[in-house]
Ligand binder design. Structure first.
Ligand code: CP
Length: 316
């Protein structure tokens, strides 16, 4: 396997090959166990532009950039000139003029990155773009850290039974993971309320009742109920946390039914006692905090690939 991998941008997992995914996992593991070192021979300046709320992804990218020796230039959307009508494209041209070479962006618009990387002849932005999450589209760094966490646990993907549970239609994490895990040979199940399921997911796995598979799965991947994306929806008006938890959540009873070596994952943030019984967040099968730890190392591997793709920091 070739360990040096290069991308111009990192906006989606959809077109990654299995070899590329395994190389990124290998490199992230190298950063984690300190066998992989990257020395920048020229300064690199990065900005993290988070137009939607974030704790994990924003801080994790910041940490990964600093560990790689990148200079992180603060950017606060709430005090930026975006609020005076400046477009995202013009904001990036501005940051580029100031010396920023790489931007990590989270934005509520699906595919926002297309207009930043597929330029017209009269556009000259050269910024490397990494997607920190776009609407209900993609969340490639979360997906890659999830894949790393699963691979660490099982050493393979082929034939693993993985249930993705909950608010699937709103979830960019689910969309990225179903694409990647399906390519990698995992057997996917989807569970949760019917109104948060879209038949277009049928091509990746089976729509099931969680109770029919709970004792067979290797991984329960729980998703946050994204109330902020359901405003005005009649199901949102009738939402009951207790009822959701009983029907679709990881209750103590379901936890006891899981296989001995099965694991539970959640991208965070958790709604305690909704997706997850509160006492299980730190339980033996929970990999919630391992996912976050792995996120720093996986983002280092992803950033390294983008630095190489753009010949930044003296990397080829
Ligand atoms: N998983 C995730 O994206 O969390 P944040 O919204 O806190 O970044």
């Amino acid at each position: 396997m070739e360990n040096e991998i290069a991308f111009n941008h990192f906006v989606s997992v959809e077109n990654l090959t299995n070899d590329q995914i395994l190389t990124l996992i290998h490199n992230a593991e190298g950063f984690k166990n300190q066998t992989r070192k990257v020395s920048l021979t020229e300064p690199v300046y990065a900005a993290n532009l988070f137009f939607e709320n974030s704790t994990r992804t924003h801080t994790s990218f910041d940490m990964a950039e600093r560990k790689l020796g990148i200079q992180v230039i603060p950017f606060d959307p709430s005090h930026s000139s975006v609020n005076k009508g400046e477009t995202l494209y013009d904001t990036l041209l501005t940051l580029e003029a100031l010396g920023v070479q790489l931007s990590v962006i989270r934005h509520s618009t699906n595919n926002y990155y297309e207009s930043l990387i597929n330029l017209n002849d009269d556009q000259h932005l050269h910024m490397a773009i990494m997607n920190g999450g776009d609407g209900s589209g993609q969340h490639p760094s979360q997906s890659m850290l999830d894949l790393m966490t699963i691979y660490e646990e099982f050493g393979h993907f082929d034939g693993l039974k993985i249930a993705i549970v909950g608010d699937i239609t709103s979830s960019r994490v689910a969309r990225s993971n179903m694409q990647a895990l399906h390519h990698l040979g995992a057997e996917l199940y989807f569970a949760g309320p019917d109104y948060w399921y879209d038949p277009q997911f049928d091509k990746y796995g089976k729509h099931v009742d969680l109770d029919d598979v709970i004792d067979q799965i290797n991984v329960a991947m729980l998703l946050r109920v994204q109330h902020e994306r359901h405003a005005g929806d009649e199901n949102e008006d009738q939402f009951s946390a207790t009822s959701y938890h009983e029907k679709y959540g990881l209750t103590n009873k379901r936890y006891q039914q899981m296989k001995k070596k099965a694991i539970i994952m959640h991208p965070g943030p958790i709604n305690r006692d909704v997706e997850f019984s509160s006492n299980l967040v730190e339980a033996e099968k929970s990999r919630f905090f391992r996912q976050m730890q792995n996120g720093v190392f996986m983002r280092m591997a992803m950033i390294e690939a983008v630095l190489r793709g753009n010949h930044l920091g003296g990397l080829q």
